[in-house]
Design a protein around this ligand. Structure first.
Ligand code: ADP
Ligand code: ZN
Length: 215
């Protein structure tokens, strides 16, 4: 499959993307995960991105496009991909369109995850992430907790609350989403690619997306 996942922070893009990779071996490409990995590894990209990320700001479009140009040209993308957290702005969506034409890639569709705001707020404040940059498993202290001592079930590393998941940073990320990312819904509607999914339960959403892929 070749799809884009759109949704507010906390809408469940990461969880849905991971579940979809099991379906046909398409790769999940999460710009957030790539950027956090780069920050942890202390690369040039990481150094440039860190301050934006910690304050809940978007990383500049140009940096993201350099990153994605390379990533989408890698051989594992030919089988299929799930874009998680990219594009995030109209300039990124337009640049992606050009890039897809260049690489002769056609998207199946764009999945928009629709989740009520109160659910989003609750999810973001209860989220914990594995601190191991090779793992980054996502937990929720209410619905999907890590081990009782707070460590990751998959790799045993401590789970943490991300710097951008404090109350203030969350508020700011939601505002940034409304301003810069939500216009993509109209953009992809006009492109005839948008499919909207009410998404309270990730497993149900994944089933609905699979059905749409088969249609
Ligand atoms: P979220 O939980 O908000 O969806 P992500 O893990 O996708 O978070 O991204 C974390 C941070 O990484 C964002 O707040 C932003 O600073 C940066 N980032 C990720 N993807 C992009 C992108 N496509 N464009 C700009 N910044 C991005
Ligand atoms: Zn882990």
């Amino acid at each position: 499959m070749k799809i884009i996942l759109l949704g507010a922070p906390g809408a469940g893009k990461g969880t849905v993307a991971k579940l979809l990779t099991d379906y046909d071996g398409s790769v999940q490409i999460s710009t957030g995960d790539i950027l956090r990995g780069a920050v942890k590894a202390g690369t040039e990209l990481g150094k440039k991105a860190k301050a934006y990320m910690d304050s809940g700001d978007l990383v500049p479009d140009q940096l993201i496009m350099e990153l994605m140009k390379e990533r989408l040209a890698e051989p594992d993308c030919q089988q299929g991909f799930i874009l998680d957290g990219f594009p995030r702005t109209i300039p990124q969506a337009e640049a992606l369109k050009g890039l897809m034409d260049e690489l002769r890639i056609r998207l199946d569709f764009v999945v928009s995850l629709e989740v009520p705001r109160d659910v989003i707020l609750d999810r973001l404040t209860t989220r914990r992430t594995c601190s191991n940059s090779d793992c980054q498993e996502i937990y929720n202290i209410k619905s999907n907790p890590p081990l009782p001592d707070g460590t990751c079930k998959k790799c045993g590393s401590p789970t943490i609350q991300r710097d951008d998941e404090t109350e203030a940073a969350i508020q700011y990320r939601l505002e940034t989403y409304a301003k810069k990312t939500s216009p993509l819904i109209e953009f992809y509607q006009k492109e005839g690619l948008l499919k909207q999914f009410a998404s309270l339960n990730s497993k149900d959403t994944v089933e609905a997306v699979k059905k749409q892929l088969q249609a």
